[in-house]
Design a protein around this ligand. Sequence first.
Ligand SMILES: *Cc1c(COP(=O)(O)O)cnc(C)c1O
Length: 421
Amino acid sequence: MTDLHPTDQLAAVLDQQASGADWLTRYSSSLLGVFGTPQRVLVRGNGCTVWDADGNEYLDLLGGIAVNALGHAHPFVTSVITSQLATLGHVSNFFTSPTQIALAEKLLQLSAAPTGSKVFFANSGTEAVEAAFKLARRNSTPATDGKPARNRILALDGAFHGRTMGALALTAKQAYREPFEPLPGGVEHLPFGSIEALVNAVDDTVAAVIIEPIQGEAGVRPLPPGYLQAAREVTARAGALLILDEVQTGIGRTGSWFAHQPSGIVPDAMTLAKGLGGGFPIGALVTFGDTVSSLLAPGQHGTTFGGNPVATAAALATLHTIEATDLLRHAHDVGAWLRAELATAELVTEVRGEGLLIGFDLEGDYAAAAVTEALLRGFIVNAPTPHTLRLAPPLILTKDQAASFLDALPGILKTAKDVTP
Ligand SMILES: *Cc1c(COP(=O)(O)O)cnc(C)c1O
């Protein structure tokens, strides 16, 4: 067998001399076009900063879309992943490992889950939602004499729950859904934020209601006060599951471990992913209490990679770091300050969000141009709607870093406005 020289081999593949433009030419002839043309070719990161193939530096205010909770190349997470991989990288789910068990226990503790609560590990948000969808089907019952079937699943207008077929059935956006119909049936979308519509829709024909505490992809839209409490009340009364999709809002993003916690309610199930692994792929479904936790029987769901030792070690390291360095408070404080500053910024008409999940509206449809202009000035942000910019930076973002963006913002928005027809 030939000796492998990892650095030589990697250097050949990663070709330090290639420009961003060279890479993008190769990208377009080798990668499926579902994402359009990538904005830049990124080669390196450290903390809240990333660098592209042409040597340009960016302040990452998007954090891989709410994923890089601890920034890039976090030393502790990196060392835990490395040593776990060097010890035991993968086992099938015929076996378990200490990190998997410890992470499940940690998530149950952080979510203040009652006894009998359980965790299922997946590899992504959409897979966590698929598991939740199957849970909802297991809470369905056929019609019997005098009793209608329980088989409806309710989601909200504007909802984003993922792209696999089950998760897509829960996702509201027509443009995502239509090309792939028929989708799994029984899903209805209710008007966003209307407690009245929710109360009217939930009866004993409903198997589950799924809600994002803040709609991230819709432009960081919070629910009105009292909505989650009302949802908890009506679902409990009707025997429907209340499933919270915290894939984007969880893991300290909003200044609490999970965004629903300040409301005081306990859901029946909660999906997690994005920030959980600090950049390493992992998703989870938490089921609350005995009854819900026994809906999926042995053999009724599974995964090859889900809950593997490396992913669960990465998540344990991420949760530990958030806790040990008080990042919930930090995210809450820096987020509150940043939102207050944004609220007084020129050309900004509305600011929404909690902690470091922030959306702000512009007075016109020039958010896409603002993303481009921000990049040219060294900032990564994103535009979930034509008039909304979203920030979901690493939770370690400092006030100084945020201030550098605030300084650049008026120029970014003015240029974006001018170049947009
Ligand atoms: C991103 C997201 C998903 C899908 O997660 P993936 O890891 O992209 O599959 C599901 N729900 C919400 C609320 C999300 O923000």
